[in-house]
Design a protein around this ligand. Structure first.
Ligand SMILES: Cc1cc2nc3c(=O)[nH]c(=O)nc-3n(C[C@H](O)[C@H](O)[C@H](O)COP(=O)(O)O)c2cc1C
Length: 345
């Protein structure tokens, strides 16, 4: 029924229903083979909700009750901003894909921090994903403000420098600018949480559209810093030739099935470049247990999804977990972490 509504209206109705406690419940206990520990955090399963679904941190616990092992809220910007003109979100059913050019619409940090500061410990780890306002010149300053505000209340932190819908944002993935950003954001985290052992891990979310030199620069900066992990990847500006949906021409970031091969390839590549030393959250087009398993074997310690939910609904979450459990067991793995990077030998 939700798909009869325009995408943004359907999304609003979904968030409202979840916030009112009308969300689905996954009552089947996760198989112990799915349990995993990353950054000292315990996950009952490695399948999480990616950023963008819950930009205002309104429903992370409802999504974990629906079966996700962890949930990420945001991207949140320091100040409220309207985002791009509507329409700016498109379903591409012929390709099991979506295109969005939302542009970090949202109510800003104040209500976000208020909500997360009142959360009780939930069913799994909670991540806070921060970005910059469109008009801010010194982008790194916005990330410092965001990280300092959310760090006391989140289990992990994400600096999103890979949305294609904020002018100049992806340029922050360049070597010098990234090194400066990482340095400033790590200091902001330390100011917010002085006790080192209590600091939430800091993760950098990257784009799937990076060339060889850009990937090498990111790996070098991250490996040379105290950054704890990478999320690979955000939406793509590519439009693969075999897409057939009439909305394929829309500007913005493409997500869902056509993104999967690119995301998988860059997960594999970044795992190799970081020598398997840095946990990776694999994201992009995951829609089945087989997709999640492929991401894990390529080097992802955890996986995330969003777009597949639009087409398959929340029943997809238990299905992915059931199939992933079977695939792990078929190959003789006793836990997820044993399978991470298995393709690399
Ligand atoms: C409507 C929409 C909004 C999104 N907003 C954000 C965002 O605010 N921050 C972010 O880091 N990623 C955002 N993303 C990207 C997703 O988190 C994810 O990286 C991407 O969609 C690939 O995963 P998927 O194919 O499973 O959707 C958004 C994606 C969609 C479809």
């Amino acid at each position: 029924m939700l798909r009869l509504l325009p995408p943004e209206a359907a999304h609003k109705a979904t968030i409202r229903a979840l916030a009112w406690g009308m969300g689905p419940m996954d009552r089947i206990a996760d198989d112990p083979v799915l349990a995993t520990s990353v950054w000292g955090l315990n996950f009952r399963n490695p399948v999480g909700l990616s950023a963008g679904f819950d930009k205002g941190a309104e429903v992370p616990d409802a999504m974990m009750a629906a079966g996700f092992g962890f949930a990420e809220a945001g991207t949140v910007t320091p100040l409220p901003q309207p985002g791009n003109p509507k329409p700016r979100m498109f379903r591409l059913p012929a390709d099991n894909a979506a295109i969005n050019r939302l542009g970090f619409n949202g109510n800003g940090l104040s209500p976000f921090v208020w909500k997360i500061s009142r959360r009780k410990p939930g069913l799994g780890p909670f991540g806070a994903n921060v970005g910059k306002n469109k008009v801010t010149e010194d982008g790194a300053a916005d990330y410092e403000i965001g990280i300092e505000a959310v760090a006391p209340y989140a289990d992990y932190l994400v600096t999103n420098i890979s949305s294609p819908n904020t002018p100049g944002l992806r340029a922050m993935q360049g070597r010098e600018i990234l090194a400066d950003l990482v340095d400033r954001v790590l200091k902001a985290r330390a100011r917010a949480v002085p006790e080192e052992s209590e600091r939430p891990p800091l993760i950098v979310k990257i784009a799937p559209d990076l060339d060889d030199a850009e990937r090498a620069d990111i790996a070098a900066v991250i490996m040379d810093s105290d950054v704890d992990g990478l999320t690979v990847a955000n939406t793509t500006v590519k439009r693969p030739d075999d897409m057939t949906d009439p909305q394929t021409h829309q500007d913005g970031g493409l997500s869902g099935a056509p993104l999967f091969p690119f995301a998988l390839e860059i997960v594999r590549d970044m795992y190799r470049r970081t020598e398997g030393k840095l946990p990776i959250i694999g994201c992009g087009g995951v829609a089945s247990g087989a997709d999640a398993y492929a991401m894990i074997r390529a080097g992802a310690s955890l996986v995330q999804l969003y777009t597949a939910l639009v087409f398959h609904g929340p029943a997809l979450i238990p299905r992915i977990k059931r199939d992933l459990t079977q695939l792990l067991k078929n190959d003789g793995f006793v836990c997820v972490s044993d399978a991470v990077g298995a393709d690399h030998g």
